[in-house]
Design a protein. Sequence first.
Length: 339
Amino acid sequence: MDFRGAHILSVQQFEREDVETVFRVADSMVPFAHRKQMTKVLDGAILGNMFFEPSTRTRVSFGCAFNLLGGDVRETTDVKTSSISKGESLYDTARVISGYSDVIVMRHPQVGAVAEFAKASRVPVINGGDGPNEHPSQALLDLYTIKKELASKGVQIDGMHIAMVGDLKHGRTVHSLSQLLILFDKIRFTLISPKELCMPEEIVSNLRAAGHEVVETEDMEEGLHGNDTVYLTRIQEERFNTKLEADVYRGRFRLNQAIYTRNCQPNTVIMHPLPRDSREDANELDNDLNQHPNLAIFRQTDNGVLVRMALFALILDVADRIGDTARPVHWYTEGRFDD
Ligand code: NCD
């Protein structure tokens, strides 16, 4: 695809070579994200960061990524303080904000709302999550992380075994990640969830039609066997009618040190899009794994900045110009990143 000026709404718009392009540009962002150098390549550009659903890392990491390229960020962080609460349509908001910004990131609780917004926008729009549907930048950063983690263990994405655990019905991160993995070869997916929260039928049949193996199970310990990566998710409480309905499933599938050691191969990478639900009745990913070398969750969040920088650089067509304005960083940064 041609990234210049493109909206990023769904992983389904990517070919495998597009994913590789994003990863290559993401790699080139390391000196800037790791504060070895700074660039002003987006000096004067403005990101409209429009979040109409709770978010910490996605919003802040898109904002940091834009700042690290030298651009400025303007944002709204909830519906109550935005004009949407006065009845403004997505069309009007899009026309207005796209006059203020050079690129927009939007998160919205309704499926398809970001695509509708993009139709009226005069600038490129990135989907930062539309309800339970998709979260394409998260899928890219997850796959970028998987690639790096597995490479250090001599394993490739093609042919890998991945288990996805938890609320696979409402989890937009697993919807996007699995559909992105369709582009690769012969992957085994073990989908571990309560029956009522299983992966949408359409995604499962798309995976199978593309030649991947899909195993669906409610038996977590059994399902954990033989995987290169285990990707855990939280019960998406906000997608249920009541908290009580979500409580039925909360805490049913948990990974901790003992369960990991008993069932996972010693190399298995542990991932989670975060936030993990650390309340006692949930705790899908226990703190007792915090020091485990295969716990990749904070490498995921660090990688998210690289991948989002790459998306901005490609969409605004500056990927080849980053070095033009590069300067060394002078403030103290030792020991923050392992490079
Ligand atoms: C996820 C999301 O918002 O879909 N978080 C994120 O963006 N990293 C996952 C979640 O909220 O459970």
